[in-house]
Design a protein around this ligand. Structure first.
Ligand code: NAD
Ligand code: UDX
Length: 468
């Protein structure tokens, strides 16, 4: 049996809700897609006529927005109205690590998910299909179902209970590639118990995704698969980063090692780039959540195994900081460091858990003067990330630059922290003339032409390189 879906409402217009709904709207012109958020400024930015002001930078996103916005894709702060008319509601709200109370520092804070479930319970119609898009601890669907069970058609005593079904449909997009990941996903995962609801969601994806790529399972396997996928990806990064240190000690070269091991089909060539550690809003929080869940079930060995993946990540950032200070005669106080890249990876303006942010904070603590250039992160965001609200004006040691040229003038060192394409082919001859000698290049992403930089008198350190 088929259930026709005409209107979708997505709660949360963030890095996931915005692009995901844009791609659904683009591929399903017959559907009306409404994306709602409590953050009015974010909604206003999504509605900005100037597409360079969209709240999120993703290659290919603004083209879709210009095709669909105000046609079958709408961004609004009117949550109630849009919940009332939707046949299907996606929950795509933030699920950060709890900062207070039981489980603080590990468990996911589900207060935004619970608030969404309560709003659905109150305003949505009976029969609405509720889809978990946020990454959630296993068994969250049970909590959502319990909240929804108490909903009634009206306030009157004899009012009928409203009926909902809950599906899990975790999102696997990675930032910077969000649109291509959504348009051409490796798989779409749907977890649930109700076949009609599963088919209704599947029919939406079938508009552009092949059936073989849509995998259905039970709710708990679906919720858990998302956490486990992120843990395994992060583990690959920590593994290769741990070996980058071994390469440096032994005179080997991590790039060749990655290529050599990646040729083995069982290992695969992707996700083996050594660097300044993983960042982004997902890996750390999802592993912490997994650790919390394992401890809850008494699986101490499993939780300590995953804790190590996080430990290596912090260790990698700290050892890069030590390399910079040690190479620059043991002190960077009052030295100018040009920082290339502030986003947590290339092709995004997202700075959440960015290795660049963590390393920059420590460089500032060491007394360095930083000249930061990132092609997409705004100066306001960089200041917000580096200074807390009280000391926001204490930025004497911070210069935010509009180009690499602007940043390198009189710099003692360049530190490459994000792998933006424009940092891959820098003009080392010109740069060397602008820097103060002895000058250094710290290429934490190993993307530069080291030999050329050296040929122009620049000292080089690159992650995982044991021989220069
Ligand atoms: P985000 O912080 O960018 O967006 C979440 C939005 O939800 C915010 O704009 C917030 O204002 C809004 N919101 C919160 N409570 C609300 C409510 N009650 N009503 C209306 N709006 C509300 O977060 P994100 O990066 O889009 O992540 C969302 C979820 O998707 C998280 O669970 C995350 O783990 C998961 N996820 C993220 C990514 C990624 O690459 N960022 C990838 C896959 C999965
Ligand atoms: C991740 C998951 O990949 C995605 O499936 C999930 O939906 C959300 O979390 P994201 O964090 O956006 O996506 O980007 P990703 O490409 O996974 O990179 C995460 C971090 O790991 C970045 O800081 C990146 O620079 C780093 N990384 C990645 C490496 O250091 N080396 C690599 O080889 C790959």
């Amino acid at each position: 049996m088929n259930r026709e879906i005409k209107k979708i409402c997505c709660i949360g217009a963030g890095f996931v809700g915005g692009p995901t709904m844009a791609v659904i709207a683009d591929n399903c012109p017959e559907l009306q897609v409404n994306v709602v958020d409590i953050n009015k400024e974010r909604i206003a930015n999504w509605n900005n006529k100037d597409l360079s002001k969209l709240p999120i930078y993703e290659p290919g996103l603004k083209e879709i927005i210009s095709r669909c916005r105000d046609t079958n894709l709408f961004f609004s702060s009117d949550i109630i109205k849009n919940l009332k008319s939707a046949d299907m509601v996606f929950i795509s709200v933030n699920t950060p690590t709890k900062t207070k109370g039981i489980g603080a520092g590990q468990a996911s804070d589900l207060k935004w998910v619970e608030a969404s479930a309560r709003q659905i319970s109150k305003y949505s119609r009976t029969g609405t299909i509720v889809v978990e898009k946020s990454t959630l601890p296993v068994k969250t669907a049970q909590t959502i179902n319990t909240i929804l069970k108490y909903s009634k058609e009206s306030d009157s005593k004899n009012a009928k209970e409203k009926k909902f079904t809950v599906l899990s449909n975790p999102e696997f997009l990675s930032e910077g590639n969000a649109i291509s990941d959504l348009v051409n996903p490796d798989r779409v995962l749907i977890g649930g118990e109700d076949e009609i609801s599963i088919n209704a969601l599947m029919n939406i994806y079938l508009k552009w995704v092949k059936k073989e790529k849509i995998f259905t399972t039970d709710l708990w396997s679906s919720e858990l698969s998302k956490l486990i996928a992120n843990a395994l990806l992060a583990q690959r990064v920590s593994s290769i980063n741990s070996f980058s240190a071994l390469c440096e000690k032994t005179g080997a070269n991590i790039k060749d090692v990655s290529l050599a091991i990646g040729l083995d089909k069982r290992i695969g060539k992707y996700f083996l780039n050594a660097g300044p550690g993983f960042g982004g809003s997902c890996f750390k929080k999802d592993i912490l959540n997994l650790i919390y869940i394992c401890n809850h079930y008494g699986l101490k060995e499993v939780s300590s195994y995953w804790q190590k993946v996080l430990d290596i990540n912090s260790w990698q950032q700290n050892r890069i900081l030590s390399e910079i200070v040690n190479k620059m005669f043991g002190t960077i106080a009052d030295k100018k460091l040009a920082i290339f890249g502030f986003a947590f990876k290339a092709n995004t303006n997202d700075t959440r858990e960015s290795p660049s942010m963590h390393i920059c904070k420590k460089l500032l603590e060491e007394g360095a003067k930083l000249a930061i250039y990132d092609p997409k992160v705004s100066p306001e965001q960089i200041k917000k990330d580096l200074f807390d609200k009280k000391s926001i004006n204490k930025d004497d040691n911070l210069q935010i630059c509009v180009s690499t040229k602007d940043a390198v003038l009189d710099a003692d060192a360049i530190v490459i922290l994000t792998e933006w394409d424009e940092f891959k082919n820098l003009q080392w001859k010109k740069i060397s003339l602008l820097m103060r000698s002895p000058s250094w290049l710290f290429d934490t992403r190993s993307i530069c032409n080291i030999e050329e930089a050296q040929n122009h008198g620049i000292n080089v350190w690159s992650t995982g390189f044991g021989k220069y």
